[in-house]
Write a protein that binds this ligand. Structure first.
Ligand code: SF4
Length: 529
């Protein structure tokens, strides 16, 4: 194995030896702290609590995207294991940790070169056990209870980078392994995507692991679940989302406001501000001095709370000018306008759909053009069809949501050499990021400034209410493997609705801006008279 990190085995030997592992006397019921649970705990303490204290049948079913991630992880694991020829597995009944640990120790004592799916146990309290299931145990030189060999753990992770939570879990494996074999492993490895190995710095990560474990034990033994905190980036894939979201709504939790991060929430709570109504009534001076706030953030969060509490849009007027931020040139209207949305399949590294809604105000027509790569090798064709279409309307602004479309247009043009630089620049100058226009100019009563949240609040509905970007990645994958066109149809419907939603947001924002533009024009005329 070659790695991009370094590790030195800790100098302190483990205090227990394997004989102390009370495999024969494990009381029932016991608390089992598995490596998986510790990983989840680091991402959300509440999730680890619900996983261990609630009936799993009450959780949401896994989404297609979550299933796909699990499938991708399983395939990555199979790929990595191909490098460990002749590995052995301990045989035990699934979930019987004690039997798993006994079978694993038997393989280690016999000197197996590679052990896949092993189980290691360590008691931390009379009824609480650490359960380490490293993907691979690799035999190395050194010493252990059984002779002049020992093992090092390898954990297989789908990520490309050795994230801190992975490294803490690698330290967990090393610690429980040290207990089981009677000596510290020299290394603990992460087998990442694209054949990368990372050797975890155990001296650095073991103390952090100790802190995480202590906090995890304390939280799991608590009478009540850790407080809810909705962060869409992590909660949207969590199977407790429906329950947590309901709880958050019931208490009008501040995490439902965009801009309230966990760190800011801690400071708001310390000020006695726990609900949207509390924050809506606060004064910016009360918050501006808090770490991570300042005048701008304080004002913005209070506006956000007010917009949510009163369910209305509030214009963002900078304190120094009190002028509406957008001019009519920032939000151009033309006879023909284009609304553009891209779909990509990161797994196969292909941009497979350029959806364009052509809105011709003069002729009162709206036509959707799905420029599609039905196979991964048709990416260039789809891109060039897009260029042919948009170059037919050289004066039309191209509306899109977030910077991704403009970034991708640059990337594809350079990759395929489709346009000379000055023409590319002319094309990019026509792009208008409606997400920027909204977030710069107005505070909305929404939980997130994603297209779905914004457009829905403005009255737009998707034909397929469950469709989203993650789902469309799954659908394209299904289309490639099954050839079933209903998946493609679902993607096209979703993409067209995204284009139409972008158009809806543009119309709403233009209407919202009118009174501000008229006021500015009147002020200008008065001043020049
Ligand atoms: S939905 Fe969010 S807050 Fe609730 S358990 Fe899952 S990750 Fe934690």
């Amino acid at each position: 194995m070659s790695g991009d990190g370094h590790s030195t085995p800790p100098t302190t030997p483990p205090r227990l030896d394997a004989a102390d592992t009370p495999l024969a006397n494990i009381p029932s019921p016991s608390t089992w702290i598995t490596d998986h649970l510790l990983l989840q705990y680091q991402r959300c303490a509440r999730r680890a609590y619900l996983d261990t204290h609630r009936d799993r049948t009450q959780a949401d079913p896994p989404s297609d995207y979550l299933q796909k991630i699990k499938q991708d992880s399983a395939e990555h694991r199979i790929l990595v294991l191909e490098d460990y020829d002749g590995f052995q597995r301990p045989h035990y009944r699934r979930g019987d940790w004690r039997a798993g640990a006994q079978a694993t120790i038997a393989l280690m004592a016999a000197g197996a070169d590679y052990i896949v799916g092993g189980v290691l146990l360590e008691a931390v309290e009379h009824d609480t056990y650490l359960v380490s299931c490293p993907d691979i145990l690799v035999k190395q030189g050194g010493w252990s209870l059984w002779g002049d060999w020992q093992y090092a753990p390898v954990d297989i992770k789908l990520g490309k980078k050795p994230k801190l939570d992975y490294q803490i879990v690698a330290a967990f494996h090393a610690s429980v392994l040290a207990h089981s074999q009677g000596s510290w492993p020299h290394e603990s490895w992460l087998a990442l995507r694209e054949g990368r190995y990372h050797s975890v710095d155990l001296e650095q990560q073991l103390p952090k692991f100790g802190e995480v474990l202590a906090a995890c034990l304390a939280d799991l033994k608590g009478e009540i679940a850790p407080e809810v905190f909705i962060a869409h980036s992590r909660c949207d894939l969590c199977q407790w989302f429906s329950q947590c979201y309901q709880t958050a709504r019931e208490v009008s939790h501040l995490s439902l406001l965009p801009g309230v991060t966990p760190a800011r929430y801690t400071h708001l709570k310390a000020q006695g501000l726990r609900t949207v109504a509390d924050l809506a009534r606060a004064h910016p001076r009360q918050l501006a001095y808090l770490p991570g706030f300042g005048d701008a953030v304080a004002g913005r969060l209070i506006h956000q709370a007010q917009a949510t509490l009163y369910d209305r849009a509030i214009a963002r007027l900078p304190a120094n000018t009190q002028q509406f931020v957008l001019s009519p040139q920032d939000l151009p209207s033309a006879d023909v306008e284009l609304y553009f949305d891209i779909e990509a399949a990161p797994d196969v590294d292909v941009i497979y759909l350029h959806g364009v809604l052509v809105v011709d105000h003069g002729h009162q027509t709206e036509q959707f053009h799905p420029l599609l790569a039905e196979a991964a090798d048709q990416e260039r064709d789809a891109w060039e069809q897009f260029l042919d279409l948009v170059l037919q309307y050289p004066q039309a602004p191209i509306y899109h949501f977030c910077p991704y479309e403009a970034q991708t247009a640059r990337k594809l043009t350079r990759h395929y050499g489709s346009l000379p630089p000055e023409e590319l620049q002319r094309l990019i100058n026509r792009f208008v990021d409606i997400h920027w226009c909204v977030t710069a100019s107005v505070t909305l009563p929404v939980e997130s400034y994603a297209l779905k949240h914004i457009a829905r609040w403005m009255g737009f509905e998707w034909r397929d209410s469950e469709a989203n970007g993650a789902q469309s990645i799954c659908w394209y994958n299904e289309w490639l493997t099954s050839g079933d066109r209903t998946y493609l149809d679902a993607i096209l419907r979703y993409n067209e609705d995204d284009c139409r939603a972008t158009y809806h947001v543009k119309q709403w924002l233009t209407e919202f801006a009118q009174p501000h533009w008229q006021t500015s024009a009147a002020t200008y005329l008065t001043a020049s008279a």
